[in-house]
Design a protein around this ligand. Structure first.
Ligand code: PGA
Length: 245
């Protein structure tokens, strides 16, 4: 999954999309691709990728159905242009835009109510890892933001573990650190829900994934893919990462 964040105006995105479409045939069919453009680029991206199996997903949405929320975008607005998946809880939303676990829980509920798929992001900060609190922090984020859902809702959930210290920093978690956390996440889900659900849910790793390190991270048993920021802005790198799975 490519998270394009606040990058690419329309012309730049068209170039990026052309690059992806030109070589998409080189990615095995069983690799599911997603891209998350800005709100203004969602509709053109959706139209452009209609004939491909690349899903276009939103980077955020508001937790309400409609109303006096200047500057916000609702789930129905997204659905009306064909967007069925939304990223919720990205660390930049949490830290820069002050989205709390409680708000994220509401966003998850609203998205599910609309039948949307949620890519739920979470991950510890460097200070948490240094204090050996990373498992606790992640457990708390999952409990407060996500674990209010029902068993059946898990079909609509994709998890993305993104340690904040690895996002945009060039510093990746080691494949072992990613595997260790992903295995721990499955344990948390087993405890709260069931082993069947824990085994089935896709857990992506995010944080400075590049063509050079993707393969060894994706090779880990509990890593089901990646959420890619910086490297997803270059079509060749994005496709190279996709092919590493
Ligand atoms: P990065 O971003 O790949 O640039 O580290 C990942 C993300 O924020 O999803």
């Amino acid at each position: 999954a490519g998270n394009w964040k606040m990058n690419c105006d329309l012309a730049e995105m068209e170039e990026l999309l052309a690059g992806i479409k030109n070589n998409i045939g080189s990615v095995p069919n069983d690799v599911q691709l997603m891209v998350a453009p800005s709100f203004t680029n969602l509709h053109p991206a959706f139209e452009s990728l209609r004939e491909t199996n690349v899903k276009v997903v939103a980077q955020n949405m508001h937790q309400s159905e409609s109303g006096a929320f200047t500057g916000e975008v609702s789930p129905s607005m997204l659905k009306s242009i064909g967007i069925e998946t939304v990223i919720i809880g990205h660390s930049e939303r949490r830290s820069i835009f002050n989205e709390t676990d409680a708000v994220l829980a509401e966003k998850v509920s609203t998205a599910l109510k609309h039948g949307m798929t949620v890519v739920f992001c979470f991950g510890e900060e460097l200070k948490d890892r240094k204090a050996d609190q990373h498992f606790e922090v992640v457990k708390q984020q999952l409990k407060e933001g996500l674990f209010h859902i029902n068993d059946a809702d898990w079909d609509k959930i994709i998890l993305a573990y993104e340690p904040v210290w690895a996002i945009g920093t060039g510093e990746t978690a080691s494949p072992e650190q990613a595997q260790e956390m992903h295995a721990e996440i499955r344990k948390m889900i087993t405890e709260e829900f069931s082993k069947e659900i824990a085994d089935k849910v896709a857990i992506l790793y995010g944080g400075s994934v590049k063509p050079a390190n993707a393969q060894e991270i994706f090779a880990k048993e509990d890593v089901d893919g990646g959420l890619i920021g910086g490297a997803s802005l270059k079509a060749d790198d994005f496709l190279a990462i996709a092919k590493s799975y």
